[in-house]
Design a protein. Structure first.
Length: 281
């Protein structure tokens, strides 16, 4: 684990991140209530030919900050600070959910540094229905903290997983998944969800110049298809792909999710660069 510091709007933060592998750089940005451990499997698949950096942004994992409100600009500043500390001048950006929004913000505000952008389950602007959902999350998280319950974790499979999960899972297996989720929910998930509520990239997407893949989930009940269409229309030369899963594709179908990411990254990286890195001892 590596650490670096950055000044946020509410005070300083000490950021934790992992750097693995060699080759062209990829920065992985996790979703709400998760952490850099979300990317362990993908990192293992990429590290033979990419330098993979995965961070805990504020509210997650080993990162420590001022404990107050956060902004989207704060979280994007954390990504840039980690890139600077890791010595990455240019990098591919991969983000899931809120991480996709953060990655897009970085690509829009530092276009000269972004080699490519992959947004999974990202969105343009939080609409009224999404805001209602995020308010519900915050209520569950606060009640769980007050009463030592796990209602938020019980809600997550219902929100995040698609029909394939529910066709295959037994009740006892779902309970085990809920228990596992209970143990890994980020302590600052409520603060991150407040950032979810504030998202508005409307005036920023036109600044993105990096080749972009808008990766949607076919059964995403949180982010509507219209949001994906707006992303494609607003980002120059954006491509579209889909995974047969719900919003939580990283957990529901990691193999399919990883395959889409790896295929895009490899298509954006010259074969000579990958061959050079693979040939090094």
């Amino acid at each position: 684990m590596h650490t670096t510091t950055v000044r946020l709007s509410g005070g300083p933060a000490t950021l934790a991140y992992d750097r693995t592998g060699t080759g062209p750089a990829v920065i992985l940005v996790h979703g709400t209530a998760a952490g850099r451990a979300q990317w362990t499997g993908l990192t293992a698949e990429l590290a033979d030919r990419y330098t993979v950096v995965a961070l805990d942004y504020s509210g997650s994992g080993d990162t420590v900050d001022h404990g107050g409100p956060l902004t989207l600009a704060d979280l994007a500043a954390e990504v840039r600070a980690v890139a600077d500390h890791a010595g990455l001048d240019r990098f591919h950006l991969v983000g899931h959910s809120l991480g996709a929004v953060i990655a897009a913000y970085v690509a829009a505000t530092a276009p000269e540094r972004a080699l490519s952008l992959l947004m999974h389950a990202g969105w343009v602007r939080t609409d009224t229905r999404m805001d209602a959902e995020f308010r519900y999350w915050i209520s569950l998280l606060h009640n769980d903290a007050r009463y030592n319950t796990n209602s938020f974790a019980q809600m997550l499979p219902l929100m995040a997983f698609g029909p394939l999960y529910w066709k295959q899972v037994e009740a006892e297996e779902n309970i085990a998944v809920v228990n596992q989720l209970t143990s890994v929910i980020a302590p600052g998930a409520d603060r991150q969800t407040e950032v979810d509520r504030s998202v508005d990239l409307t005036d920023m997407l036109g600044r993105i110049t990096a080749p972009t893949l808008v990766l949607a989930s076919a059964h995403d009940r949180l982010v509507p298809a219209e949001q994906q269409q707006q992303l494609i229309a607003s980002i120059t030369n954006a491509q579209y792909a889909e995974v047969d899963a719900g919003h939580g594709a990283p957990g529901e179908d990691p193999d399919g999710f990883h395959a889409k990411i790896i295929g895009f990254l490899d298509s954006r990286t010259p074969h000579c660069e990958l061959a050079t890195e693979q040939a090094e001892p």
